[in-house]
Ligand binder design. Structure first.
Ligand SMILES: Cc1ncc(COP(=O)(O)O)c(C=O)c1O
Length: 360
């Protein structure tokens, strides 16, 4: 079986060069005679991998000394609780922006720790757009403003941030490293690895140092951000293999020319697919063109009775996991950094051919 184009939203496709390198190093990492999975997390070798991953990420995102990098566990969903548990201490309220399914899940968890003030919501527009930032309902004395700049399920993305004095905490799970960002505009960034960074099991956290003073000793030790920083992500055994793979992905990204180069490719990939969808009467995408995601492209067929046939035939054509999220149906092509332009062109060719055979 040869490799196919994998459009899974996560765990997602990884660069083939990274998988090959991991394969080559699997039995014997750098001559030490064991794999990364088998070495102590406190060994000199693993500590060098951790340090390399942090240094590469800092270079790729231009992270300055005001920030700490933590590799957390439990998936981004754990962070939905861990963030209010750490940062709402001493505050009644946190502001949340609601732009789709993942913001909604974060809001649900936030409510367990204090008052959630809805800064704005595009729920009434079916999450096809982003609330107007000039009329957000912000409480400038709140703990933070949480937002999700790329809604993986809805396929909605925004690049600009609201003007506020609040620390902005952003779930970048499905967009980190796909486009240039100004880290200094954020209080905290977090991202589950399994889309643009590596295998599931590790969550990248970039935390502004001043916020760490809010994490107090009443928190579970493994949830306490200040404690995680003080112990360099090693209060307990970290997901060593996932961190190693992340380091290899960061190395690959550097070799591609970094985030700027990836962003240029990602723009071309997304434009090609959206242009094709817009030109067709058979496929459609419901999102406001100003906020269409470059990473997750949902589309529906004019006749949904053809959905199952589309999935079956696309899989047979070597285009894997194009079904939309179970909550919304339709199709979704997740086209993260590791998806080459060739994969987009193969998808467009298939979609064109499918349309010519099935459109009435
Ligand atoms: C934007 C976003 N946030 C959070 C999550 C949850 O991640 P996890 O499954 O790692 O908890 C996902 C998963 O797809 C996501 O896309």
């Amino acid at each position: 079986m040869s490799r196919v184009y994998n459009f899974c939203s996560g765990p997602a496709a990884l660069p083939e060069a990274v998988l090959k390198k991991a394969q080559a190093e699997m039995l014997d990492w750098h001559g030490v005679g064991v794999s990364v999975m088998e070495m102590s997390h406190r060994s000199e070798e693993f500590m060098s991998i951790l340090a390399s991953a942090k240094a590469r990420l800092a270079r790729l995102l231009d992270i300055n000394d005001d920030y700490e990098i933590v590799f957390a566990q439990g998936g981004a969903s754990t962070l939905f609780s861990q963030i209010p548990a750490n940062f709402m201490k001493g505050y009644d309220t946190a502001c949340y922006l609601d732009t789709g399914a993942w913001s909604t899940k974060a809001i649900k968890e936030g409510k367990k720790y204090g008052k959630v003030q809805m800064a704005g919501s595009s729920k009434e527009q079916g999450y096809t757009s982003v609330p107007d930032f000039s009329s957000l309902n912000l409480d400038e004395s709140a703990a933070y403003l949480h937002l999700c700049p790329n809604e993986t399920i809805g396929g909605l993305e925004f690049a600009d941030l609201p003007e506020t004095s609040l620390p902005i905490i952003a779930d970048l799970s499905s967009t980190i490293l796909s486009r240039k960002i100004d880290v200094s505009k954020y209080g905290m960034i977090y991202a589950g690895a399994q889309k643009n960074v590596g295998p599931a099991g590790v969550v990248i956290c970039i935390i502004r140092k001043d916020l760490l003073a809010r994490s107090d000793d009443s928190l579970p030790a493994v949830w306490n951000f200040a404690n995680l920083v003080a112990n360099d992500s090693m209060i307990n055994t970290p997901p060593t293999f996932a961190i190693y793979l992340a380091d290899l992905v960061f190395e690959w990204l550097e070799a591609q020319g970094g985030v700027d180069a990836m962003e240029a490719i990602n723009i071309r990939k997304a434009e090609a697919l959206y242009e094709f969808i817009d030109a067709s009467a058979f496929y459609s995408n419901p999102i406001d063109p100003a906020y269409r995601s470059r990473m997750n492209v949902p589309f529906i067929l004019a006749d949904d009775s053809l959905d199952a046939v589309f999935i079956k035939e696309s899989e047979a054509a070597g285009l894997r996991t194009l079904a939309g999220h179970r909550s919304v149906g339709g199709m979704r092509a997740s086209i993260y950094n590791a998806m080459p332009m060739e994969g987009i062109l193969a998808l467009i060719d298939f979609m064109r051919d499918f349309e010519s055979r099935y459109a009435k």
